[in-house]
Design a binder for this molecule. Sequence first.
Ligand code: UDX
Ligand code: UDX
Ligand code: ADP
Length: 465
Amino acid sequence: MKKISKICCIGAGYVGGPTMSVIANQCPHIQVTVVDINEARIAQWNTEDLNQLPIYEPGLKEIIAESRGKNLFFSTEVDQAIAEAQMIFISVNTPTKTYGKGKGQAADLKFVELCARNIAKVAKEDKIVVEKSTLPVRTAEAIKNILDNTGNGVRFEILSNPEFLAEGTAIEDLLHADRVLIGGDDTPTGKAAKNALSEVYENWLPKERILQTNVWSSELSKLVANAFLAQRVSSINSISALCEKTDANIAEISRAIGFDSRIGPKFLNASVGFGGSCFQKDILNLVYIARSFGLPEVADYWEQVILMNDYQKRRFADLMIQTLYNTVSGKKIVLYGWAFKKDTNDTRESAAIYIADALMDEQAQLVVYDPKVPKERIYADLDYLGTRDPQKNRDLLTVATDPLEATRDAHAVAVVTEWDEFKGYDWKKIYEHMLKPAFVFDGRRLLDTHTMRDIGFNYYKIGEA
Ligand code: UDX
Ligand code: UDX
Ligand code: ADP
């Protein structure tokens, strides 16, 4: 196998954008072109003002500043980039299906299939195709089927190289990955392809951390890793409900169990519920796969992780309503945060959306402030739910740019994303602005209980009585 000198990535999103930026930055000898059919998105990746990049990730703009225009390019010329590259990453979105068979659970592969067909149409010489999106097991096989039947004599090797980066720490995670997983056939050409991709990563990662497996193991590992992580969050959230009824404290429990090296301290923060593009989607996928292989017990086991997460989101909204004397109708309530976690502008499956929706059902007047999420995104998320007409969403919810001003005459503030800046706010000032009694509902356990109560707030924190 020739050394890789040209890489193309189809899909300039949360996965493709940061991943390719890091590859280009760490491999100056490789030309990396990221393509997307969305012209506006590519224009944003090419913007002069690096604060206008389509994705907010700490450390990303520095890397783009270094590599863009040298060996990193963003373009809408999909066909040309495919034709020139020896290795093509497919990094397009694979949302949960919203129609037909598997609706609400299976992954929608239409974007992936379109990519495969596009590659089949354009390729004139042998290529390595790498699936980078989260895909259900056996997708590589489907891609291979499409590519092998093009009839133009081109040979394709299909690899699965799942992404384990977490948003908000994407650049760190890519630069210091715990492991890189490369799945492919165990044939001589399959092994050569795996080695070719391994060599790309070896430019900055130790070889021992690059694991080669068969395609199935690689595809399924991604779903399983996310299912295990989400399970930890749902497990600790289930215990947070118990703590709120007793004198046990969730922080003390997390600490106590986390000290057990078999359990470990990470992913034990109780919260309003997990969000993001991966956890729910991947578990639903696992559930769908288990069911379709006739394993209902396995499906039910994993589905419970999702059900617990739905319960946690609902529970938080219910607690707010109950505490505010069982009515929030017409009451001004401020939500701090909309992103699914801090340090990202991604809002997919964010708990905030569901909490806002539940409060709006009770006719609350919401004001949202998030440091990185634009107004249009917030309305788009609510409109997408389809609970009420778009005008009603705009009547019931406004978006603030000044977080302190937003609290004037509010009945309550709810912290739903753990942005660091919320900790540094002048909470005394906020208290003065608000109607009394002033309520704070801390869905991220971000603030100090004593300080908040000393100021005078009626302060509620997930996992504490
Ligand atoms: C457990 C706890 O580990 C210990 O901290 C607590 O004080 C008492 O309960 P024990 O029941 O002795 O200890 O054994 P443990 O090693 O935890 O194993 C429990 C069961 O799980 C065994 O049947 C073991 O075979 C099984 N197991 C354990 C697995 O099947 N797979 C594993 O990876 C680990
Ligand atoms: C996840 C996986 O971590 C990553 O490996 C995979 O590639 C993609 O999916 P991401 O969705 O970016 O990454 O975020 P992650 O940090 O895993 O958090 C997911 C959700 O769980 C967030 O809403 C977060 O706030 C929540 N969470 C996480 C908790 O509520 N408590 C925790 O202790 C940890
Ligand atoms: P992810 O989190 O998986 O990266 P995103 O939605 O952020 O998901 O990004 C996926 C990108 O893939 C989008 O910008 C979308 O326009 C792009 N895309 C989808 N289908 C195609 C296609 N057939 N050709 C090129 N780009 C595509």
